[in-house]
Design a protein around this ligand. Structure first.
Ligand code: NAP
Length: 247
């Protein structure tokens, strides 16, 4: 198993892409701690999966956009697990609207939850990984952070910020064998995209050469690759997972 014995923290693991990453890591033998505001409805099933594959799963409640809350969660989980081999910054929100109608609150909330959160976790965890002389950080950005999207200036700015954070941190820690990469999913079937109208959905799918929406598992499998030794010479990269939406 690719992640046997590895200790991984995943933010936003209660639903959607994050939950699929939790499942994929458990299937590869990892010990997983996931952090969100609410526990996954299927937490018992996750525990069964962990014991089947020889790993473990714990839930830690925290608000990733609250510096004190998320920093304490990272420190407590490190104390409990003994090491942090993988960190996936996945938690994220949208507050869409055209720029001239966007409230300060919509801008601030999205930047805080999507971007400042990754700064808080990376600040704490990179120090731990540097001391270990090993670790893999995976930031979940979005294709929107690379190509933009009308109605999402806040979201696109937060995700583009994450790309800058990924590349800069990768340069800071590479010499200590700590890797930092990002993934940029396109249109993936989750609660986040479930809010779209049928018309918006059709318009989006028409831009995807593969002609379909992606599944959370198709994102999770790329995270397994970035978390494991198969990607040991990769750092500072942003991998699009878009069905060809951006090439
Ligand atoms: P989702 O289904 O809405 O799930 C979001 C996750 O983030 C949930 O586990 C949620 O848990 C957690 N979360 C939200 N706010 C939080 C907070 N303040 N503190 C802690 N946890 C918080 O979204 P998704 O579609 O899976 O998206 C996951 C990531 O992929 C996001 O970063 C998103 O931007 C990115 N992405 C998604 C798509 C897509 O098409 N779906 C495309 C590109 C990128 P709680 O509510 O329990 O806190």
């Amino acid at each position: 198993m690719i992640l046997e014995g590895k200790n991984a923290i995943i933010t936003g693991g209660s639903r959607g892409i994050g939950k699929s990453i939790v499942e994929a890591f458990l299937a590869e033998g990892a010990n997983v701690a996931y952090v969100s505001r609410t526990q996954a409805e299927e937490h018992t099933a996750l525990e069964a999966m962990a014991s089947k594959h020889g790993g473990s799963v714990v839930f830690r409640q925290a608000d990733v956009g609250d510096e004190e809350s998320i920093t304490a969660a990272m420190k407590d989980l490190h104390a409990a697990m003994g090491s942090i081999d993988v960190l996936v910054n996945n938690a994220g929100i949208t507050r869409d609207g055209l720029v001239f109608r966007m409230k300060n609150e919509d801008w601030d909330d999205v930047l805080r939850v999507n971007l400042s959160s990754a700064f808080y976790t990376c600040r704490t965890v990179s120090r731990i990984m540097i001391k270990q002389r090993s670790g893999s950080i995976i930031n979940v950005t979005s294709i929107v952070g690379l190509i933009g999207n009308g109605g999402q200036v806040n979201y696109a700015a937060s995700k583009a910020g994450m790309v800058g954070l990924t590349k800069s941190l990768a340069r800071e820690v590479a010499g200590r064998s700590v890797r930092v990469n990002a993934i940029a999913p396109g249109f993936i079937e989750t609660d986040m995209t479930g809010k779209l109208t049928g018309e918006q959905r059709e318009a989006l799918v028409s831009q995807i050469p593969m002609g379909r929406v992606g599944k959370p598992e198709e994102v999770a499998s790329v995270c397994v690759f970035l978390a494991g030794d198969a990607s040991s010479y990769m750092t500072g990269q942003v991998l699009p997972i878009t069905g060809g939406m951006a090439m």
